[in-house]
Design a protein around this ligand. Structure first.
Ligand code: HEM
Ligand SMILES: Cc1cc2nc3c(=O)[nH]c(=O)nc-3n(C[C@H](O)[C@H](O)[C@H](O)COP(=O)(O)O)c2cc1C
Length: 499
């Protein structure tokens, strides 16, 4: 194949003929535009340019293999790369540069979780901040997550010797100095150039567990490698373990293959996300996508072509940004059978939101459940994890001793972890605070965020009158306010409950 001329490639810069250059090779993505799960506009903006840097923020390079056959047009003559189209607009500086300019406070000035969000907002491009902070519909699920932690009070005991406290907890036998772990979050390349490996560095140094997302920017192999490399530096002294969050690919063969790969790589448990049969309506994201579409002239298409979706099953709607391997809307409990056979290790269902499903998870042989509404990014007015935990305690307490119980959503203070533990949780996941810490300060921020939560937790334990997490009990909290609002079988008289 003869090398292509940069100036020629640059001419394919519109929706009728859209080429992009990735790693010095030109691809014709014209027909793929409407199928791109991240939206057409973001690609069209790159038409005729070298999109490598922008692309790598979101995807591993092997994503190009998913393009339709014949998309590769050829290598671009290296001497003519300078003739490619260049984007005029320069996005906000990446976090690392902004940091150097002292645009954000010194990391030591972050003394509680909300401080990381302020710093991240100052350095992140608007688009990345929207990706991290967006929530579903009017934001009420997120609001409920944030507020419900404050609606349970402690019932402290005093005059106890609380000189030394032990904050250790194990997840499936893997002990960690903390009863909290990092929740899976996709596309961290949009947050920090080091993406997930940078986050892994921070967690290894602190011994915190980390659940890695299927939709990560870097491959599960690269993330595991970063983990192993960091462990080597400290002679494998860190108790950190990596678990894998699984968006089940629609295609069964791909689903099995992904499981085999991550099992072989040494991920310790499979956390299957079950609250995402389709993507929720991420309101702020929608506005941004609409703005981008307008900016590149896609508004002429009317909304129908892009909103109604294409034949691509993983791009059902505009604004829907289903992650690679998104759960098929057809997945059911019966699928757990072949998953369990293939996986062999611990399985957690991520996104349980009522007592009935907690009981089913037990019946279907799961090892754990994560009570979660996906950080308020999926169903409008979904219950907070605490509310679901209370429901489980009331209607199927038997699962508490048999499954490991995790919660996530809205946790912004280490001492709140105690409330979940008092009510029977094994551990709590924390999402956005770590994402913001990574955005502003890289691995150092991640370490700082662990320290902030750990200190709040240890102080909370002392003030509650306990020295070990084995001592926490339900009567150490007053959950009456949430209990008053909890669902009851007779509160929905038209629905016949199985409870
Ligand atoms: C050229 C071939 C490309 C392929 C095959 C591809 C594929 C995909 C897929 C499968 C997703 C779903 C989410 C995921 O799995 O991470 C996605 C989302 C996305 N893509 Fe691409 N993409 C391509 C090019 C690009 C380019 C050039 C850009 C940016 C310049 C881009 C930006 C994005 C963004 C922002 C998302 C949404 C991420 C999210 O909301 O989680 N993609 N893409
Ligand atoms: C930016 C972002 C990306 C996320 N990506 C994923 C994902 O890829 N898979 C998943 O199961 N959950 C994902 N989640 C949900 C988190 O795992 C977790 O449930 C939620 O963030 C917890 O709420 P918090 O952010 O308030 O702590 C994501 C959340 C955020 C904020």
């Amino acid at each position: 194949m003869t090398a292509l001329d940069g100036a020629e490639v640059a001419k394919h810069n519109n929706k009728k003929s859209c080429w992009i250059v990735l790693d010095s090779k030109a691809y014709d993505v014209t027909t793929f535009l409407s199928e791109h799960p991240g939206g057409a506009a973001i690609m069209l903006k790159q038409a005729g340019t070298d999109a490598t840097t922008e692309f790598k923020k979101y995807h591993p390079l092997d994503y190009v293999n998913d393009l339709p056959e014949g998309s590769l047009k050829g290598a671009v003559d290296p001497n003519t790369l300078g003739q490619l189209r260049v984007l005029k607009e320069v996005e906000a500086a990446p976090a690392s540069e902004a940091n150097a300019d002292n645009k954000i406070p010194h990391v030591s000035l972050c003394v509680s979780c909300p401080d990381f969000e302020i710093a991240a907002k100052a350095v992140l491009p608007r688009k990345s901040y929207i990706y991290a902070s967006t929530s579903a519909n009017a934001g009420l699920s997120l609001k409920g997550n944030l507020e419900d932690w404050g609606r349970i009070n402690f019932r402290p005991r005093v005059m106890r010797n609380v000189g030394d406290v032990d904050t250790r907890r194990a997840i499936f036998g893997h002990s960690s100095p903390y009863p909290f772990y990092i929740s899976p979050m996709g596309t961290l390349g949009a947050i920090h150039p080091g993406a997930e490996p940078e986050l892994a560095k921070g967690v290894v140094r602190k011994g915190c567990h980390y659940v890695v997302s299927t939709a990560s920017t870097k491959s599960s192999r690269d993330i595991m490698q970063a983990f192993v490399d960091e462990q080597k530096k400290i002679k494998d002294a860190s108790p950190t373990r990596l678990f894998f969050q699984y968006y089940m690919p629609v295609d069964r063969e791909k689903a099995l293959e992904l499981m085999r790969v991550v099992k072989k790589l040494g991920y310790k448990g499979l956390w299957i996300t079950v609250d995402t049969p389709v993507l929720g309506k991420r309101t702020a994201d929608r506005v941004l996508q609409a703005e981008e579409a307008l900016a590149v002239g896609l508004e002429e298409e009317g909304t129908s072509e892009w909103e109604a979706g294409s034949e691509n099953p993983i791009a059902p709607q505009m604004g829907g940004r289903p992650q690679r391997g998104q759960l098929s809307p057809h997945t059911t409990w019966a699928d757990l059978e072949w998953i369990r056979k293939e996986w062999g290790g611990p399985i957690v269902l991520k996104g349980i939101q009522c007592a009935d499903d907690a009981r089913l998870a037990l019946e279907y042989g799961c090892d754990g459940i994560l009570l979660s509404n996906h950080g308020g990014r999926q169903l409008h007015t979904a219950p907070s994890a605490l509310m679901t935990l209370l429901e489980i305690r009331t209607y199927c307490p038997e699962v508490l001793g048999k499954l490991e119980i995790f919660l996530d959503g809205g946790l912004r203070d280490g001492s709140d972890v105690l409330k979940a533990l008092c009510l029977g949780a094994t551990a709590v996941g924390v999402g956005r605070p770590f994402m913001y810490a990574l955005a502003a300060y890289g691995a150092q921020g991640v370490e700082r965020c662990v320290d902030v939560l750990a200190e709040e937790l240890a102080t909370g334990m002392r003030l509650l009158g306990v020295t070990s997490l084995n001592q926490v009990r339900p009567d150490m909290v007053n959950a009456q306010r949430l209990l008053n609002e909890m669902w009851r079988p007779d509160s929905t008289p038209t629905v016949k409950s199985r409870l």
